[in-house]
Design a binder for this molecule. Structure first.
Ligand code: ADP
Ligand code: MG
Length: 241
C-alpha cells in the first residue's frame, strides 16, 4: 500500500535521510522508533510531500507520487492521512465543522454528505456526542481523536501518525491508542512514529529502529524489543524502556 524507495533528504549540506526503504502492506501496522533528531518526522512528511524528498520514490497504492501532475499529487495526498503531535483543529469551528471542512473543500462533498461521513467517523472515535462542541471544550485526548476522525473522513488508504500521544497527559494517552488499535483491527494500513513501546509490542506487525537518518534494524516487535541485534538499538531501548 505504501512503499518508500531509496528515500534521501538533504537540508543544505546536511543529509537527514539516507537510503530509507520501507514497505507497508495493506492492513499492516509498521512502527518507527528512534532517538530525537533521527529523521522520523521528516521521513513521514516526505510520504505526502509536505517535505520534498531529495531523491527516491514514494509509491502509494501502486502510484508513484514523485511523478505525475500536480493534480495527481493533490489527489494522492488525500489518500495519505496524517495525524501530528499537535492536533491543529480550527479553534473557531465546531468539532463537526472541523471534520467536514476538508471533505467539502478538497473532495467537493455536499454539506449533507460531509455531515453524515463526519458523524460516522466521530462515532468511530467515540465522540459523536461532541459534534457541536468547540475544540477548547475538549480534552487533549478528545481533540486528537477529532483530528483522527477528520483524517479518516477523507477515506485515506494509509494513515501516518507522528507521535500522536506525545502532547497528551498520561491519563489521556490510552483513549487515543485505543482508537488506533481499533483502526488496525478494521484493516487500516498504518505507519506510526511513537514512543509507546507497550502499544508497539501489542499491535505492531513490524518495528523499525532509525538512528542518524538510516534504518538500523527492523523486525517483529518481540525480536526488536526482546533480542535487538544492533548495539545502537540496544542502547536506545535501554534508555527508553
Ligand atoms: P525526529 O522526528 O526523528 O526527531 P526530524 O525529522 O524532526 O527528527 O529531524 C531530523 C533532522 O533534520 C534534525 O537534525 C533536524 O534538525 C533536521 N531538520 C528537520 N527539518 C529541517 C528543516 N526544515 N531545515 C533544516 N533541518 C531540518
Ligand atoms: Mg519528530
Amino acid at each position: 500500500m505504501l512503499e518508500i524507495v531509496s528515500l534521501e533528504k538533504r537540508f543544505g549540506q546536511n543529509t537527514i535521510l539516507r537510503d530509507v526503504n520501507i514497505k507497508v502492506a495493506r492492513g499492516e501496522l509498521v512502527f518507527i522508533i528512534g532517538p530525537s533528531g533521527s529523521g522520523k518526522s521528516t521521513m513521514l512528511r516526505c510520504c505526502n510531500r509536505l517535505e520534498e524528498p531529495s531523491a527516491g520514490d514514494i509509491i502509494v497504492d501502486g502510484r508513484n507520487i514523485m511523478s505525475g501532475t500536480r493534480r495527481d499529487l493533490d489527489l494522492m495526498r488525500l489518500k495519505v492521512g496524517m495525524v501530528f503531535q499537535g492536533f491543529h483543529l480550527y479553534p473557531h469551528m465546531s468539532v463537526l465543522g472541523n471534520v467536514t471542512l476538508a471533505q467539502r473543500k478538497a473532495l467537493g462533498r455536499s454539506r449533507a454528505e460531509a455531515d453524515e461521513r463526519a458523524l460516522d467517523m466521530l462515532e468511530r472515535v467515540g465522540l459523536a456526542h461532541k459534534a457541536d462542541a468547540m475544540p477548547s471544550e475538549l480534552s487533549g485526548g478528545q481533540q486528537q481523536r477529532v483530528a483522527i476522525a477528520r483524517s479518516l473522513a477523507l477515506d485515506p488508504l494509509v494513515m501516518l501518525f507522528d507521535e500522536p500521544t506525545s502532547a497528551l497527559d498520561p491519563e489521556l494517552v490510552g483513549s487515543v491508542l485505543k482508537v488506533m488499535k481499533d483502526l488496525k483491527e478494521k484493516g487500516m494500513t498504518m505507519l506510526v512514529v511513537s514512543h509507546e513501546m507497550g502499544f508497539a509490542r501489542e499491535t505492531a506487525d513490524r518495528v523499525i529502529f532509525m538512528d542518524g537518518g538510516v534504518i538500523v534494524e527492523e523486525g517483529r516487535p518481540e525480536q526488536i524489543f526482546g533480542a535487538p541485534k544492533a548495539e545502537r538499538t540496544r542502547a536506545f531501548l535501554s534508555r527508553v524502556l
